[in-house]
Design a protein around this ligand. Structure first.
Ligand code: AQP
Length: 385
């Protein structure tokens, strides 16, 4: 284990599907690099995964798969405390307490919540405003103000807005409180271990900022308790984009598996997915994220997986075709991922040892979490037991 004076870092990955090279480049690679410098806590977030529907049997397999993947990528249980989120009940306990000091509006404005719940408006209040506005337009029609053409246009406008509002309300009906409260659980995941740093991909920055805000709120109300940890973000590769849509980030829950390269994808799958990956117009292999988002994304992937700086790749592929570049990129991915896949396979044959790692990890994480919860319970005024 790391020495007692080392700084602490915490992070996790949801057990929501196949881990992909976005998770690897943005998160796991960092965890492995940081484990010598920091006292690390790394978990598999199964409680976060169930904020969207999961098949229970698959969830168990995905959870274990994520652990095998961590280990195969180089996380060392001697240096890093590796555990499953739900094995440490203090995560949900602190999550609940943090919910009680979190303004609803802060949760409603989170980008991931709006994306996953497909909710566009900021709050119910905005919807009420909209409905009031549409009502006013309707009253204008009733009073028959304006020309026939104008009235027709207003009618179309009202119908469109009302159907949007209806869709939004339907989405709200389908949305669970768990999805809304995801950030308070994530704040608990972090604050429980009083970390100095949280290594994450760019998409999680908003949630980390939220955790810092909740820590401040708690400290102001109950006295200094939590540190405000800083984010550790990769300089390059903090946001790997989808292969089928370079405007959106690569995601496990993408509708098509062609969106991502799974860490465990076979050589054949890797080659096929890279072959059909979207490219930009033109021929140049240049890093221009604004005008060439697809090629720029592929350059970053190549650079991160083969450890070659982007300018070196640009030079190497000057005057070459997209097809040549893609074929070498697929080679680089196969070379980088196959040792991980070999280790993964070996680990799956020794599940007993991995379960032991998880039991030890959970013991250590529970000990650390219990210390924080003791202080939190006292400060909030919960009767000791
Ligand atoms: N595309 C990405 N590029 C760089 N980093 C990424 N991460 C995720 N996608 C990318 C980072 O991986 C860590 C674990 O993320 P997560 O699985 O907990 O949740 P997520 O960010 O929502 O990832 P996905 O793949 O999009 O999962 P689903 O589809 O289940 O929501 C985080 O540090 C994240 O930043």
């Amino acid at each position: 284990m790391a020495g007692p004076n080392k700084q602490i870092a915490v992070s996790g990955i949801q057990a929501s599907g196949n881990l992909h090279i976005g998770n690897y480049i943005g998160a796991i690679k960092q965890f492995v690099e940081l484990q010598d410098k920091y006292k690390m806590f790394v978990f598999v977030a199964d409680l976060h995964a169930i904020t969207v529907p999961q098949d229970p049997e698959k969830l168990q397999a995905q959870t274990l798969d994520a652990v095998y993947t961590y280990l195969a990528c180089g996380l060392d249980p001697e240096k890093t405390t590796i555990f499953i989120q739900s094995h440490v009940p203090q995560h949900t306990e602190l999550g609940w307490i943090l919910n009680t000091i979190t303004p609803l509006g802060e949760l409603e404005r989170m980008t991931q919540f709006k994306d996953k719940a497909k909710i566009d408006k900021n709050s119910l209040f905005d919807l009420e405003q909209l409905i009031r506005l549409e009502n006013a337009k309707y009253k204008a029609i009733e009073r028959s103000e304006g020309s026939i053409k104008e009235i027709k246009e207003i009618k179309i406008d009202i119908t469109t807005t009302l159907s949007e509002i209806l869709e939004e309300l339907k989405n709200r009906g389908r949305t669970t409180a768990g999805l809304l409260n995801y950030p308070t659980l994530m704040a608990a995941d972090i604050l429980l271990y009083n970390p100095d740093a949280v290594p994450v991909g760019e998409d999680q920055l908003q949630h980390l900022e939220f955790a810092r805000m909740v820590a401040r709120k708690f400290n102001t109300r109950f006295g200094e308790t939590f540190k405000e940890p800083k984010a550790l973000i990769q300089k390059e590769g903090a946001r790997i984009m989808g292969l089928d849509d370079p405007i959106k980030k690569m995601s496990k829950s993408a509708t098509s598996a062609n969106n991502y390269i799974g860490i465990l994808d076979s050589e054949e799958e890797i080659r096929r997915k890279i072959k059909i990956a979207v490219t930009d117009s033109g021929k140049e292999i240049k890093f221009y994220p604004k005008t060439k988002p697809a090629i720029s994304n592929l350059l970053i992937i190549f650079s991160q997986m083969a450890d070659i700086p982007v300018p070196g790749l640009e030079k190497k592929y000057a005057g070459k075709t997209y097809a040549e570049f893609k074929s070498d990129l697929a080679d680089a991915l196969v070379v980088a991922l196959s040792p991980i896949q070999i280790k993964y396979k070996a680990l799956t044959k020794d599940s007993e040892s991995v379960l032991k790692i998880l039991r030890n990890g959970a013991d250590r994480a529970r000990d650390a979490a219990a210390l924080t919860m003791h202080a939190v319970r006292q400060k909030v005024g919960l009767l000791a037991h």
